[in-house]
Design a protein around this ligand. Sequence first.
Ligand code: CTP
Ligand code: MG
Length: 426
Amino acid sequence: KKYDPYRPSFHTFEQISRDAERLCQELHPKAEEETRKIALLQKLSDIATEVFGEAEVLPFGSSGNGLALANADMDVCVFLNSEEGADEVSPVEFVERIGNRLEQDPDFENILQLKRARVPIVKLNHINGIACDIGYQNDLAIWNTRLLRAYCKIDSRVRDIVVIVKHWAKRRKINNPYTGSLSSYAYVLLVIHVLQRRGVLPNLQSIVPGDGDIPIWDCQGFNRYFFEDVANLGRYWQPTPEGLQQSVGELLYEFFRYYASDFKYTTHAVSIRSGGLLTKEEKEWTKDHTQPQNQQQRQDQQQEKQQTQPKDKSQPSEDSQPLDPLQQPEAEASPTEGEPDAPVSPKEGEASDQQTASSAPPENRPPVVKNRYLFCIEDPFELNHNVGRPVDRFSLFTIRGEFMRAAKILSRNGDGALGRLCVERE
Ligand code: CTP
Ligand code: MG
């Protein structure tokens, strides 16, 4: 174990833990919000049934895994059971048909049909104040929601830490995959990884009652097996004594410290499925891939960008210095690589979102979509999906700066530290 000269005292951890408990209570959605969500779910279910015949609407994401903050968006997924089933209705057709039907309902506003997103969805706001994303036939999303929920059920500290990390990421404006930062889902995976390392959580995907091989439960071509019966987890796994002892305050500090200085962004990939780290080489996630983007995808992307905040170009704040001068960010995230005030310019051959290496004038270049591997976070089931894909050089620099700032704030006097940690970034 590395010596950490900045490690706060026991007393500081206790203070942070007390503040964390209070903050989690404040951030917890009220019963009234739950009621509005259930009403919306029912309404969407009626509409889906009207449009497609027999249909089931299931919540996923934070509405299904118990990790919602107050005022969180609702993610739902529509499954068709009728004879006009999934085989007949393509994702694009689904988005179009339900989108057009919702347009006619005055209760829904800002309806957006994203037909060529990685996962096609309809985005909307309901007049009761809930924002909602509607997806289609996405079994894996339901299963990864259940996996996250199972991890949360194992230990109450998981939810507390996730809720604070999500709140921090929102306040610091690094929780928007459309502008290059990470989804909440990515942050949850990052938290689970650290808790697995610290002996607080097991790897549910490797626990098999009876010690046999890991079963293969196919879902959309991936293995969705995990040990879900957490009430009986004790028979197969125990937290380490250290894992049991650590307070929420200590674990929060360790979370930020790990991504500020231990995690090797240039070589490592976070993998909760394997209970630890993989290398980018093992994953063959070493070279960014580009693929042609069609007109529809480009329109969707532009529409989506307009709906989300513009990319924040400010540098990490003054107090975002590395904790340890020997552990500066590696070159890929260094501000010296690009203009000090602009996104770091891509190196030759590493086209950014809307570029190719072609020498044609920009308007004649075919647009491309990019798979980036700067921050590698393996999806627990969809193993070829890097959940950190939206992160580019500039946003990586910003995110790492925020991890460092957070670890530094928590390592000082714990009094009011959580408040300072989550101050809204301009
Ligand atoms: N998801 C996914 N792959 C991603 C992002 C999201 O499969 N790259 C799915 C996951 O099932 C995840 C759900 O979409 O649980 C919702 O993701 P997200 O909105 O990022 O997380 P929430 O927990 O809903 O967080 P928030 O409350 O901030 O919306
Ligand atoms: Mg969500």
